[in-house]
Ligand binder design. Structure first.
Ligand SMILES: [Zn+2]
Length: 265
């Protein structure tokens, strides 16, 4: 039996109406899936950016992996322009949404059921700060943007950077002050797209650890009891204590202050 024959047999045995329903059924399954919802959310952001943001001035970067203290975190979208770097967090939710900038948790209500979820502004704050540190950008140069996609309604007044669907484009376009030069914007784009962020992060941490180490060492070294100056380690050159170490003033022989040398007579 070849393929055509099977199809023919099926066609004869299944009522025609069911054949018409199958595509609808498949579409419904796909639309209901979390995968599709995630994709739809991304698509809203992508499409709005493509349609309403001038490509020559706004550069869209998707799926950026950022290093964190305990692994990595994912940013859906970053839009880089002379007007700032916009870090976009997408929330795919339906129902009524209650929240404000300061609350730790927001509430989602569907009919009489409600549940709490982390304030997306707080969630995105970590992304913003990480990016800012890695790229050496100021608070004024990086914006946090939260986009709700899906069938939801804000039931409390929201900060202007919390938007619905393509509405985030309006927030971005409202920023008209130049905050990065062309060269700076280009550098940011390159740093993100080259995937150099993880390496920068490692160096950053190493640097911080090194600075701490130096500070710790400095604070453990004594200061000269006579002139308060720096001290260095010296070794006893002669006598019965020969070979023993002590701290002597760096300004020796001008200053003869020393620490840890009760032995030197
Ligand atoms: Zn001294």
């Amino acid at each position: 039996m070849d393929y055509n024959q099977i199809l023919h047999t099926l066609q004869n045995n299944i009522p025609a109406q069911i054949w018409y329903l199958i595509p609808f059924f498949l579409v419904a399954v796909v639309i209901k899936s979390a995968w599709f919802k995630g994709k739809a959310g991304e698509a809203v952001v992508n499409l709005s950016a493509r349609l309403f943001l001038d490509k020559t001035r706004y550069h869209l970067i998707k799926n950026v992996t950022l290093p964190t203290e305990d692994g990595t975190t994912q940013i859906d979208h970053i839009i880089v322009s002379q007007y700032g770097v916009f870090v976009v967090e997408t929330k795919n939710m339906k129902g009524w949404i209650f929240g404000n900038a300061k609350q730790r948790y927001w509430t989602q209500k569907i009919f009489k059921y409600s549940q709490k979820f982390q304030n997306p502004l707080h969630q995105n704050y970590k992304h913003v700060k990480t990016l800012q540190n890695l790229l050496d950008l100021s608070d004024e140069q990086v914006f946090s943007v939260v986009v709700f996609v899906g069938d939801s309604t804000f039931k409390t007044p929201m900060p202007e950077n919390v938007t619905h669907g393509g509405g985030y484009v309006r927030f971005i376009k409202a920023q008209t002050e130049q905050r990065l030069s062309d060269v700076e914007a280009q550098k940011v784009i390159e740093a993100i797209e080259s995937g150099r962020l993880a390496a920068t992060f490692r160096n950053h941490r190493k640097h911080v650890a090194h600075v701490k180490e130096i500070a710790a060492k400095k604070s453990s070294e004594p200061r000269c009891p006579k002139c308060q100056g720096e001290m260095v380690t010296r070794t006893v050159k002669r006598g019965e204590n020969i070979g023993k170490e002590f701290f002597g003033c760096k300004a020796f022989p001008k200053c003869r202050g020393m620490v840890g040398a009760p032995l030197l007579q």
